[in-house]
Design a protein around this ligand. Sequence first.
Ligand code: WT7
Length: 653
Amino acid sequence: MSETLENLLQENRQFPPPDALAASANVTAAAYDEAAADRLGFWETQARRLTWATPWESVLDWSNPPFAKWFVGGKLNVAYNCLDRHIEAGRGSKVAIHWEGEPGDTRTITYGDLHRAVCQAANALTDLGVAAGDRVAIYMPMIPEAAVAMLACARIGATHSVVFGGFSVDALAGRIQDASAKVVITADGGYRRGKPSGLKPIVDEAVAQCPTIERVLVVRRTGQDVAWSDKDLWWHETVEQASPEHVAQPFDAEHPLFILYTSGTTAKPKGILHTTGGYLTQVSYTYHAVFDLKPDTDVYWCTADIGWVTGHSYIVYGPLSNGATQIMYEGTPDTPHRGRFWEIVEKYRATIVYTAPTLIRTMMKWGEDIPAKFDLSSLRLLGSVGEPINPEAWMWYRKHIGRDACPIVDTWWQTETGGIMISPLPGVTATKPGSAMTPLPGISADVVDDQGQSVPNGGGGYLVLREPWPSMLRTIWGDDQRFIETYWSRFEGMYFAGDGAKRDNDGHLWLLGRVDDVMLVSGHNISTTEVESALVSHPSVAEAAVVGATDPTTGQAIVAFTIPRGHVDSEGEAGEALIAELRNHVAKTLGPIAKPRQIMLVAELPKTRSGKIMRRLLRDVAENRSLGDVTTLQDSTVMDLIASGMKTGKDED
Ligand code: WT7
């Protein structure tokens, strides 16, 4: 049987864990054996890391696939597990959040403070008529109240639906309507690139289209003028006046915890539903295992927004259930200067940073002299999520941020999986730059061909999950049929994630991007990721996006959009020489089949708001123009084209 996806990129570097980290790691290699011997028993052990009001009767009910029930009959309260139990253990004065506003204002919030705020918000929401099972929309900047709002919902059993604060009126209204939310929690605005940026006006317009909304709760963050209606209530006049006494009631392990919308393609966004016991078990365990958190000494920072699943699982529920101290930052990485992130690491002595490849590539483009100005010696572990990380970006991250001393955990997962699925264990795994390595203990991932057969080592294909996992999505909100069709119909009895992957000669996994992006060139299935990584491995390239464009001879041809490091005049001789060199470099690295037909030097790439490259738009650019004789393109020309497409583009995430 032929390979489903070519395996072109060879990578031979490997980095064992630092001895000291390995010697004191939270999780050792024994976890893989335990989980292999008894997968469900392993997850029961992890569930016991939490406090349950009522123990479960059976660990998994998989009698009606793909509808799973985990920890059947068990009851617990998520907010209790994130807050009360730490306070009961005498840790109420431990810092939960070091918050840094974009303008430089700061707040230090202990577990005691957070508990008090969450209890007040739980009481206020209850007074507003929000009961267990009701839906609450949250549309917030990165301020502590965003986490408070989520935890208050969890505390009273209301299902939250966080909508990223950069989304439009239509996106917000559509999500409110789909979930029939009763209340929206928002703020007047937040700080973005040095200026207050309004949120309330967007909520006002959305609410006008959403009859289910009874109340709008507004945090005052920027103090900007806002319109006011009789549905609106200030947070400081309600929540902050409410009683701080609140006894958390336990909820069923399968009680809906949150809905988070993901669009992926241009279709109607899917409301991914996560429930209580299995979700918290897996995010809590994976946070402990993958980030090796030592609650007494670590200072953790995840740079994601709370509007993405990364913010849900690895800012709110994973870290807080483990009693972590973390940094939360409101703004952008270049405000007021391009060293802001590293300044924050230095200021709070961060030990663990979890960020996205897009951020790392941006930092590469800005240059290593920027992080070099800051003391990053507190860092001991680095993480990556959201896209495949190119080997050179991985090496740059390791060297210029991690001083060659920190393991990097490249964590593969999705909104749908709820928690991390494939990742190194930092005290166990000898990592390879660009590989997510192996499924975590208790997770069974595989790479299969068109027929659903496992590919051998050295082969490429589709990434699937063969067994249910605790934090799996339970359905698409209101659309069980779409849940079955989208995720469980391509391969019998398997969850298909939509990603391509390969298994190298040692059996390690390499994510190759969405299978929709795979290019078919002269009968070869080539992943855009591998060509992009080959381009980024050239010292003159900071970032690259590759698409397949229709070609009369080869079916599809490879077209690359490349951001050079430093300025290169794409029209001039230097530009032409670089393009020729890059085409040859790719051919040399991956083989002649992968040589791009065209390379364009650009200043920016179109990205979704969560930082993923929008290849669909680039494909339009690559196909709609007669690019035959144009080997270079003015930045602005490409970007104008891309920008005009982006305005009409959906809010893909
Ligand atoms: C898709 C899921 C997971 C939280 C943030 C994104 C891509 C994610 C990796 C990684 C290669 C990755 C996949 C996946 N992806 N992490 N480490 N290596 N690709 O959540 O928006 O639901 O996106 O992001 O394509 O399917 P999401």
